[in-house]
Design a protein around this ligand. Structure first.
Ligand SMILES: Nc1ncnc2c1ncn2[C@@H]1O[C@H](COP(=O)(O)OP(=O)(O)OP(=O)(O)O)[C@@H](O)[C@H]1O
Ligand SMILES: Nc1ncnc2c1ncn2[C@@H]1O[C@H](COP(=O)(O)OP(=O)(O)OP(=O)(O)O)[C@@H](O)[C@H]1O
Ligand SMILES: [Mg+2]
Ligand SMILES: [Mg+2]
Lengths: 255, 255
């Protein structure tokens, strides 16, 4: 049984791509066949594996409703992990989808045929609550919300949860919030501790026990085209994402 | 003579809002009448001054082409600084502008009547190259690009400069890049130093001499609703933005 998880937060730079890439890599290493779909026109999740793609299949599946051919599924250095890369023409998809009927259902239809090959499908979203992100929400069983332990990110959380509620009551009643993970957490600063405590007290069950620490090795890894476990498994970032993967399996496994 | 400056970068979380708010505040303190326009639906530049607005004027000026009434210009605690706040309905403006003729010219028309009151108008943009951002580019004399000294941010810079080139050759030949400023710079890490050197060597004249250091006081200030010079003028962040303001005046003053 395949579960589709969108990694979403309209606040920019909170660690969506870093979490998608590294959680997916850790799950693949734990022998769970995993697909990563990069619908952000910035293509950061694609370049995190050293890939530059000009394959328009994802764009065509969204804008024209064409199926994604199997050869568009790219292999990466990690076994059990595959990628549907993003391309820059996705930036145009937003306005081109505006006049399409069933404009939020395209990604769901495109991913359906691949569910039989994977245990988990992760979708890395752009920093907006746009049609691309709504396509991801509609295609998903659950969402994962990375959040920086900082003020602006906290402000955006309530808006994001309201949007999820609206999606649930209109286009996708089955969508649930799978979890919230604190990122770039620096336990030495009051700000991180205060915001962290604030979020944990409001949503105790949703927040992952593990917080991802701020670690420069995590920011270095993409420039080497490798997830953190391949770049530096002994780093605090790698250890945190491995712990997160095991907590993810307990949380998701329970359902 | 009034200059309009958009603070732009489609990469999320690079310090666009922090730079807009703090540079505008430093210029206002330096006796330059300054207006800050928040077109990001996240409204971070608005909440940076402790303001929650439900004034739909900015949204109506974009979607309906209505003029912004003078009473929509809000005062903040800093003399010489005013704000046109963002509201959450701006999130809908993107799709509503799609079918409007002259859909990128609305903000320019809305700001025209206020140019006689201000020396500088800054526009804080969302993390995307969307119609809201294109409205800001069309309304601007120059753009300011904050960039984190990290890999993903570096990757996005080339794309952003290509977009500016396209805007220049299609809707706004007078648009120029006023400057690039390194943000969250941590001179202790190789990553910051390498990316910093990379950008400076490619565009020596465009990069500000001052780099804004990573400083938790900068991230704390918005939760107190105050720019850094009001929250903690002795912090490294405040000193950096004051130095940036003086460099801004030299750069902009030269034209
Ligand atoms: N735990 C961490 N420690 C240090 N740096 C991190 C960490 N997580 C992410 N980063 C770095 O912070 C920056 C922002 O992270 P990332 O790009 O993953 O966020 P995002 O939410 O995907 O951004 P966007 O909104 O642009 O899609 C990147 O340069 C990344 O390498
Ligand atoms: N120099 C700095 N030192 C420490 N923290 C900073 C610095 N600059 C910005 N921040 C913090 O980093 C986060 C991202 O900054 P900010 O929100 O200004 O970026 P942005 O580009 O406007 O993001 P978005 O793409 O969501 O609009 C915020 O929590 C902010 O408080
Ligand atoms: Mg990302
Ligand atoms: Mg911002």
């Amino acid at each position: 049984e395949c579960r589709v998880i969108s990694v979403v937060n309209q606040k920019g730079g909170v660690g969506k791509t870093t979490t998608t890439v590294n959680l997916a890599a850790c799950l693949a290493v734990a022998d769970e066949p995993t697909l990563l779909v990069d619908i952000d026109p910035q293509s950061n999740a694609t370049s995190a594996f050293g890939i530059q793609s000009d394959d328009p299949s994802l764009y065509r599946s969204l804008v024209l409703g064409e199926p994604i051919p199997e050869e568009s599924i790219q292999s990466v250095e990690i076994n059990n992990l595959k990628l549907i890369p993003s391309t820059v023409d996705l930036a145009g998809a937003e306005l081109e989808l505006a006049d399409v009927s069933d404009r939020t259902g395209r990604l769901k239809a495109a991913l359906e045929p691949f569910k039989k090959y994977f245990r988990y499908i992760f979708v890395d979203c752009p920093p907006s609550l746009s049609l691309l992100t709504l396509n991801a929400l509609r295609a998903s069983d659950e969402i994962l919300i990375p959040i920086q332990a900082e003020y602006y990110a906290l402000e955006g959380l309530a808006r994001l949860l309201r949007t999820v509620e609206r999606v649930r009551s209109s286009i996708h009643p089955g969508l649930r919030v799978g979890g919230i993970v604190l990122t770039m957490y620096d336990s030495r600063t009051n700000l991180s501790r205060q915001v962290g405590e604030d979020i944990r007290s409001h949503m105790p069950d949703l927040v992952y026990r593990v917080a991802i620490p701020r670690s420069v090795r995590l920011a270095e890894a993409p420039s080497h085209g490798r997830p953190i476990i391949a770049y530096d498994i002994s780093s605090s970032g790698a250890q945190a994402y491995l712990a997160m993967a095991s907590e993810f399996l307990t949380r998701t496994g329970k359902r």
